[in-house]
Design a protein around this ligand. Structure first.
Ligand SMILES: CN1c2c(nc(N)[nH]c2=O)NC[C@@H]1CNc1ccc(C(=O)N[C@@H](CCC(=O)N[C@@H](CCC(=O)N[C@@H](CCC(=O)O)C(=O)O)C(=O)O)C(=O)O)cc1
Ligand code: HCS
Ligand code: ZN
Length: 766
């Protein structure tokens, strides 16, 4: 029985790639230094999989930034503004597309399906010229081969590539991107031919868009693409890999009838109905079924006995020699290696498996199916599963009762939003177009050092508190000088907006090195929710009150909302996600109450990841939105009318869930807007009425570029064309933690000047 891994984390067990990239970008090391780190990482990953006994080991799942951008490079689809003149795409053009440069902004970045990973969106149009311009896939295949590892090269499939693209600037929004299929397939053919010549016998096309609701035209593109590639692919075993959800039955039919494809990969963790589909629709004889039974998106040790019985059922359906044990998706969405978790409590550690351990699980399952079960390994796994099921640490009956009581209930503020806004304005007395920021101010090296030293007990609590107070006072002063209306404390005490809360809530564990790539070199360390969640002590009240005491302007309390904490954590898989979310909501509700009692009049509850958690298939949207929006309302439905509740979201694609956003019933929402061509505003242009306060971001915080006053004023004017003057707020797209003060101060200066300019214009127009 064979084993396969869909993809592997690139950053390295200690984020070696992150540090190498950032050092290269800062001009502190050379391209050769960076390439050496990358080569060593790839070699150690291939060796690890080979040593574990994995048969189908992936290559080309490494990336300096993102696999979709790598595909753009392969296709030579470089947008004109990067002035690329042809030839093999080098690091300079590649990183300019990813991050922008002094003169040209970066390409758009967006969420990779419902994960916390972001990819670089291809910009295509009728004039895009495609040419084979990065030999990375072939080079990596050869590199592994030279190390004695025959790998399965992985490419982003041609149809998913196009479906994930957007029309370039100046191209009609309605441009049919799939019409470019015939232009990109010749490049795919060249890659395939080179891989064959290098000795490849297998190839993997990742086509995750197959799990979405596709129309017949989109499905026909899959048939057309793989038919067109048929002769190029002949002689190769071709795996089409799907992941993140069940594949709809129509798509399954199309996929399994493709002649050129010899193997199919399915996610059997998020795809809970795939087994039934295979039973009812059948599986083409002679083809391989890659069964994604080991969860690539979580950190729980696999329940090997349960997976084995799933695999045995599949074996009967697809044939013994045609079943391959695999991961549900690339392991890049989970942490790297549990070995580095020396401080994690032993009991919890026994419940976990990170990428390195998952590789071993996959192989153990494959061997067990082949009649070579490692009894001791399986017994240890069964014992860990049993300990997790019965551990008293997992259960808190009081929390369970309180959360159970929420089911079927509703939580709403008693007064409607316009009356609340009036009551709040009487207290806050804000100008028209009030200015604010989203919460975080730059996370300087010095701040990180202070937090690190405090954690390592190298500085006392007193020293730590005084350092953070000093930082807050600096941030408050800057905002007062800039004349911002509603202030923030800057979040200097937080390592991350989710991890910080996870560290203070019961039912959470956290890791030392459990990093997961979020975008480029940036990583997050999701906390692990292993048990019922409660809030033993106030988490933010001390800092918010301290900050408020430093100014007479309103200071926003700053919380992360339950849905975002849920979506950006590793969540327990022994109860439905909504139950865990309700528990977190109750914990945050207590924090909101304490902030209000502490005199904080404006409280922001970030729900940055609410949209991201939206299920990939429409049929499941309503249920998710119902409990997600309800969870948010639970946190604040009990506050007084005069307490102003803000929320923030940093993802622009809201048009399909705008009614749920309205239903959250926040007093003010700040939303990312500028990075994505102001897609957000189109929903209001189409007539959706929004009565609460709203602050679509006026500038992109992901880029070091400083927006001019005129540019921001122009953006505000565009907003005023579709939104009432009295509900519009002026703020950046998201928090400023990744920026430097040298960028933040001039950008905010221009933002405030723009707001003032328009206020004057509005006053004189009266
Ligand atoms: C808003 N975003 C977030 C998402 N998910 C989250 N969980 N949090 C988010 O904020 N998803 C969508 C977006 C993604 N955006 C980002 C933006 C920025 C980062 C980022 O900067 N990540 C940092 C790590 C952040 C962190 O936790 N830092 C800690 C500890 C850092 C550390 O490793 N310390 C080293 C020494 C480092 C040093 O400077 O000396 C050590 O201890 O050895 C902290 O600040 O205390 C990153 O660097 O990647 C991520 C997602
Ligand atoms: N309050 C957070 C939100 C990020 S989405 C911040 O400002 O960083
Ligand atoms: Zn944000």
């Amino acid at each position: 029985m064979a084993s396969h891994i869909v993809g592997y984390p690139r950053m390295g067990p200690k984020r070696e790639l992150k540090f190498a990239l950032e050092s290269f970008w800062d001009g502190k090391s050379s391209a050769e230094d960076l390439e050496k780190v990358a080569t060593d990482l790839r070699a150690s990953i291939w060796k690890q999989m080979a040593d574990a006994g994995i048969k189908y080991i992936p290559s080309n799942t490494f990336s300096y930034y993102d696999q979709v951008l790598d595909t753009t490079a392969t296709l030579g689809a470089v947008p004109e503004r990067y002035s690329w003149t042809g030839g093999e795409i080098g690091l300079s053009t590649y990183f300019s597309m990813a991050r922008g440069n002094a003169t040209v902004p970066a390409m758009e970045m967006t969420k990779w399906f419902d994960t916390n990973y972001h990819f670089i969106v291809p910009e295509l149009g009728p004039n895009t010229k495609f040419s084979y311009s990065s030999h990375k896939a072939v080079n990596e295949y050869k590199e592994a081969k030279a190390l004695g590892v025959d790998t399965v090269p992985v490419l982003v499939g041609p149809v998913s590539y196009l479906l994930l693209s957007k029309p370039a600037k100046g191209v009609e929004k309605s441009f049919p991107l799939l019409s470019l299929l015939s232009s990109i397939l010749p490049v795919y053919k060249e890659v395939i031919a080179e891989l064959k010549a290098a000795g490849a016998t297998w190839i993997q096309f990742d086509e995750p868009t197959l799990v979405l609701d596709l129309d017949s035209h989109q499905l026909a593109a899959f048939s057309a693409a793989y038919t067109e590639l048929e002769s190029a692919l002949s002689g190769l075993n071709v795996l089409v890999e799907t992941y993140f959800a069940d594949i709809p039955s129509e798509s399954y039919k199309t996929l399994t009838s493709l002649n050129s494809v010899t193997a199919y990969g399915f996610d059997l963790i998020r795809g809970t109905k795939t087994l039934d589909l295979v039973k009812s629709a059948g599986f083409p004889s002679g083809k391989y079924f890659f069964a994604g039974v080991v969860d690539g998106r979580n950190i729980w040790a696999d329940d090997l006995a349960a997976s084995l019985s799933t695999l045995e059922a599949l074996e009967a359906l697809v044939g013994k020699d045609k079943l391959v044990v695999s991961t549900s998706c690339s392991l890049m969405h989970t942490a790297v290696d549990l070995v580095n978790e020396t401080k994690l409590d032993a009991e919890i550690k026994s419940w976990l498996a990170f990428a390195a351990q998952k590789v071993v699980e996959v192989n153990a399952l494959a061997k067990a199916l082949a009649g070579q079960k490692d009894e001791a390994y399986f017994a240890a796994n069964a014992a860990a599963q049993a300990s997790r099921r019965s551990s008293p640490r997992v259960t808190n009956e009081e929390v369970q009762k309180a959360a159970a009581a929420l089911k079927g209930s509703d939580h709403r503020r008693a007064t409607n939003v316009s009356a609340r806004l009036d009551a709040q304005q009487k207290k806050l007395n804000l100008p028209v177009l009030p200015t604010t920021t989203i919460g975080s101010f730059p996370q300087t090296v010095e701040l990180r050092r202070v937090r690190r030293e405090y954690k390592a007990k190298k500085i006392s609590e007193e020293e730590y508190i005084s350092a953070i107070k000093e930082e807050i006072s600096k941030v408050v002063k800057i905002q007062e000088e800039l004349d911002i209306d509603v202030l923030v404390h800057g979040e200097p005490e937080r390592n991350d907006m989710v991890e910080y809360f996870g560290e203070q809530l019961s039912g959470f564990a956290f890791t030392a090195n459990g990093w997961v790539q979020s975008y480029g070199s940036r990583c997050v360390k999701p906390p692990i929710i292993y048990g019922d969640v409660s809030r033993p002590n106030p988490m933010t009240v001390f800092w918010s009150k301290t900050a408020q005491s430093m100014t007479s302007r309103p200071m926003k309390g700053m919380l992360t909302g339950p849905v975002t904490i849920l979506n950006w954590s590793f969540v327990r898989n022994d109860q439905p996600r909504f139950e865990t979310c309700y528990q977190i909501a109750l914990a945050i509700k207590k924090e909101v109450e304490d902030l209000e009692a502490g005199g904080i009049q404006v409280i922001q509850i970030d729900e940055a990841a609410l949209r991201e958690g939206l299920p990939l298939r429409k049929a499941e949207h309503a249920f998710y939105l119902d409990w997600a929006v309800h969870s948010f309302r639970i946190t604040n439905s009990g506050v007084q009318d005069t307490t102003q509740i803000h929320t923030h979201m940093c993802y622009s694609n809201f048009n399909d869930i705008i009614h749920s956003i309205i239903n959250m019933d926040a007093d003010v929402i700040t939303i990312e807007n500028s990075r994505s061509d102001e897609k957000l505003l189109s929903v209001f242009r189409e007539g959706v009425k929004y009565g609460a306060g709203i602050g679509p971001g006026v500038y992109d915080i992901h880029s070091p570029r400083i927006p001019s006053t005129e540019e921001i004023a122009d953006r505000i004017n565009k907003m005023l064309a579709v939104l009432d003057t009295n509900i519009l707020w002026v703020n950046p797209d998201c928090g400023l933690k990744t920026r430097k003060y040298g960028e933040v101060k001039p950008a905010l200066t221009n933002m405030v000047s723009a707001a003032k300019l328009i206020r004057t214009q509005l006053a004189s127009a009266k």
